[in-house]
Ligand binder design. Structure first.
Ligand code: AMP
Length: 173
């Protein structure tokens, strides 16, 4: 099984969540045992040599592969969540949406100084969310050793926002 086979398990949903957006639905991929395993294998192959201590993923779809990848690499998992969801003291980063802004938080004690972190999400679109996650890592004294996605929407140029980081995606559109 290859990345091209995995692409066959990703469903396009036109006009979701709003008109003009083609949503990349990974639910058929994660529901299929062989595709799920292959995706985690490919993510782990790229991540392992970067020797992360921690995988950081944002809610909600960044938790699916993020947790599995952390287990595979014998490292920890740190969740980034929308404001008000985490119970302990937090640090916050704000990023731009098409209209307005949004924020993500992580626990203030989530990372040790110098922790090697791979930032993960299912989809790289404009890169705003991933950039906010790199800021959270750096606020806490961590080092971003990679930014890893399953899917990249290349026409949105999200990589430009992540200049200077080691960025990888398994499937490009
Ligand atoms: P970004 O624009 O890179 O900050 O992406 C914002 C968030 O929305 C990320 O968590 C992506 O996973 C998700 N996202 C953005 N565009 C899409 C899309 N076309 N299909 C599925 N998820 C998307």
């Amino acid at each position: 099984m290859s990345a091209a086979d995995l692409a066959g398990k990703i469903r396009d949903i036109p006009d979701f969540p709003q008109p003009g957006i083609v949503f990349k639905d990974i639910m058929p991929l994660v529901a299929d045992p062989a595709s799920l395993k292959e995706t985690i294998d490919l993510l782990a192959e790229w991540a392992r040599p970067r020797e992360p201590d921690v995988i950081l993923g944002a809610e909600a779809r960044g938790f699916i592969f993020g947790g599995a990848l952390a287990d595979r690499l014998h490292c920890g998992f740190v969740p980034a969540r929308k404001p008000g969801k985490l119970p302990w003291q937090t640090v916050e980063a704000t990023y731009e949406l098409e209209y307005g802004t949004d924020s993500l938080q992580v626990h203030a004690d989530a990372l040790g100084k110098g922790s090697r972190v791979i930032v993960h999400d299912d989809v790289l679109a404009t890169g705003g969310t991933a950039k906010a996650k790199t800021e959270l890592v750096e606020q806490l004294g961590g080092v971003v050793v990679g930014v890893l996605f399953v899917i990249e929407l290349t026409f949105l140029n999200g990589r430009d926002r992540l200049e200077g980081y080691d960025v990888q995606s398994l499937i490009q559109y």
